[in-house]
Design a binder for this molecule. Structure first.
Ligand SMILES: [Zn+2]
Length: 180
């Protein structure tokens, strides 16, 4: 999501991921056409939402919530979130039935073209972090509840485990659709 008023945030943190976050950002950026020529930054810190992007004419900052900052968080999940936030720089909000939508249908279509497996990544987010996520449909964003710290000291599912679970449950398309 994009903010009009900057929210209250914690201090920036060192990424604890098993991959290089800036390298991943560069790879995701290269996949998206039509991005404005901006200096790109990515920050990890406690904040109200799971992820967001802010930008001006020269730079854009993607902010990931601290709850994602864990060595077991799968790289494709973060790649998907980065892709989602970068798409906000390409596809502006649209008016639909008198309402401004941050995620118009064209946004979801473009996202699905870039990330055909997105339901798998949302499956991981819901299974692993669902206890601390709250989707606000009206405001089109996913908030992180104050209980998130209790999810930081346990191992996390791998993408293979989540894919197996989705296969077993036969609901790969049923999972997904919350908002970033
Ligand atoms: Zn969004």
């Amino acid at each position: 999501m994009k903010y009009v008023i900057p929210p209250k945030r914690g201090e920036p943190e060192l990424p604890l991921f098993s991959f290089d976050l800036l390298d991943l950002l560069a790879r995701v950026r290269a996949e998206i056409s039509g991005l404005p020529l901006l200096q790109l930054e990515v920050w990890v810190q406690a904040q109200p939402t799971l992820a967001c992007v802010e930008h001006n004419n020269t730079r854009a900052a993607i902010r990931l919530h601290s709850v994602l900052n864990h060595a077991d968080t799968p790289e494709p999940v973060i790649a998907y979130i980065l892709c989602h936030e970068l798409l906000h720089l390409v596809i502006p909000p649209e008016e639909l039935e008198g309402r401004s939508l941050m995620h118009p249908p064209s946004f979801w279509e473009a996202e699905l073209r870039l990330v055909p497996d997105r339901s798998l990544f949302w499956g991981w987010l819901i299974l692993e972090l669902g206890q601390c996520l709250k989707t606000d449909v009206k405001r089109e964003c996913t908030f992180v509840k104050s209980n998130w710290k209790r999810l930081m000291n346990t191992r996390r599912y791998t993408m293979d485990q989540v894919a197996q679970m989705q296969d077993a449950w036969g609901q790969s398309e049923a999972i997904g659709g919350p908002l970033l």
